[in-house]
Design a protein around this ligand. Structure first.
Ligand code: BLA
Length: 289
C-alpha cells in the first residue's frame, strides 16, 4: 500500500495525552540531546524522538521513523522507577509498503513462567484483553527463543500485509494496552523494602542489557544514522539506564553468548528460533514446554 497516509503520530499523541491525565510528565534530561536527531545526508528518513519522566516513570521514550514511501517505524517504551515492579510498556512496529512486523506487550519485569505470583498480580485480569487481540492478530510464527522470557501471556507478536484496516486495528490494540498499563501504574504502590527495590532495578537492567545488545532494529538504525550515532541512540536513548542501573555486563546475564575470545556472539539467538504457534493458552498458562 501507499505509506504516505500511514503514521504512528496519533499513537504517540494518544499515549502522551492519556499519561498526562494521570500524572505530570517532565522532560527526561539525560536523553534530550536526541530530540534533534537527523538521518545521514542523502537519506530522506525523518526521525522523531521524545522522552519524559514522572514520579512513577523513570523513562518514557518514543522514536518514530518515517522514510518517505519506504517504511514507518515506532519504538515506544515506558520504564518504571525501580520502586515499582510494574511491567515495561513495549510497542515496536515496523512497516514497509508490503509487510508489517509488530510486538506490543506489557513486558513482565520477571519471567512469568517462573514467578507465578508476579503473573497472577499483573496478568490474570488482563487475559481477556490478550484473548481479544490474539484473534485479531494471529501469532507471527517462529521467533528468537530468548525473547520469550521477556514477553507476557498477552503479548501481540504478529506480522501482516500492511493495510489501512490493520493499521486501525493496531491503533485500537495500542490504545487498549496502553490504558491497561496506565491503570496498573495508577494502582501501583511504592515499594519501601530496599532489597526488593534493588531486585526490581536489576530485573530492569537485565531487560535493558538484552535489548541494547540484541534489538532487531539495530542494523536498520545503523544504516539510517551511522554506527556511532546508532550506538549512542541505543545505549543513551532507547535503552537509557543500561549503563547506570547496574554493573553486570551482557555476558554476566547471558553467559551462553560468550565466544572463545571472550567477546559477545553476534548471533541474535543461541538456541535458534522456535514457537511456531502461540505458546500460551487462554488462561495464560505457558504451553511452549
Ligand atoms: C523483527 N522485531 C523483530 C522480531 C522481533 C522483534 C521479535 C522478529 C525476529 C526475531 O525473532 O527476533 C521485536 N524482540 C522484539 C522486541 C523484543 C524482542 C520488541 O526481544 C523485546 C524484548 N524493529 C524495531 C525498530 C526497528 C525494527 C526500532 O523495534 C527498525 C529501526 C525493525 N524488527 C525490525 C526488522 C525486523 C524486526 C527490520 C525483521 C528483520 C529481522 O528479523 O532481523
Amino acid at each position: 500500500m501507499d505509506l504516505s497516509g500511514l503514521s504512528f503520530q496519533k499513537f504517540v499523541d494518544f499515549a502522551l495525552d492519556h499519561t498526562r491525565l494521570r500524572t505530570t510528565l517532565t522532560p527526561h534530561l539525560p536523553s534530550q540531546k536526541f530530540k534533534s536527531i537527523k538521518a545521514k545526508d542523502g537519506n530522506k528518513a525523518v526521525l522523531t524522538a521524545l522522552s519524559f519522566q514522572s514520579p512513577k516513570i523513570r523513562l518514557l521514550r518514543s522514536l518514530a521513523i518515517a522514510d518517505d514511501n519506504a517504511m514507518r517505524v515506532l519504538d515506544f517504551g515506558v520504564f518504571p522507577e525501580p520502586e515499582y515492579d510494574l511491567p515495561i510498556f513495549c510497542a515496536n512496529f515496523f512497516a514497509t509498503a508490503s509487510r508489517s512486523i509488530v510486538v506490543l506487550d506489557l513486558n513482565p519485569l520477571y519471567d512469568v513462567t517462573v514467578q507465578r505470583d508476579y503473573k497472577e498480580k499483573y496478568f490474570k485480569k488482563l487475559m481477556p484483553l490478550g484473548q481479544k487481540y490474539a484473534e485479531l492478530f494471529p501469532w507471527g510464527g517462529k521467533i528468537t527463543s530468548e525473547s520469550m522470557k521477556f514477553f507476557s501471556p498477552i503479548v501481540i507478536w504478529t506480522t501482516f500485509s500492511t493495510s489501512r484496516d490493520k493499521h486501525d486495528d493496531l491503533y485500537s490494540a495500542f490504545v487498549d494496552y496502553y490504558k491497561a498499563w496506565l491503570e496498573l501504574m495508577d494502582e501501583a504502590v511504592e515499594e519501601k523494602d530496599v532489597p526488593q527495590i534493588l531486585h526490581n532495578r536489576e530485573a530492569q537492567h537485565k531487560y535493558l542489557t538484552w535489548r541494547a545488545e540484541k534489538d532487531p532494529g539495530y542494523p536498520l538504525l545503523k544504516k539510517l544514522v551511522g554506527e556511532s550515532l546508532a550506538k549512542d541512540l541505543v545505549r543513551n536513548f532507547l535503552f537509557e539506564g543500561v549503563d547506570t542501573l547496574g554493573t553486570n555486563t551482557f555476558l554476566d546475564y547471558f553467559p551462553e553468548y560468550r565466544c572463545e575470545d571472550g567477546g559477545v556472539n553476534q548471533k541474535r539467538s543461541m538456541i535458534g528460533k522456535s514457537y511456531e504457534t502461540r505458546p500460551w493458552d487462554a488462561k495464560g498458562e505457558f504451553t511452549g514446554g
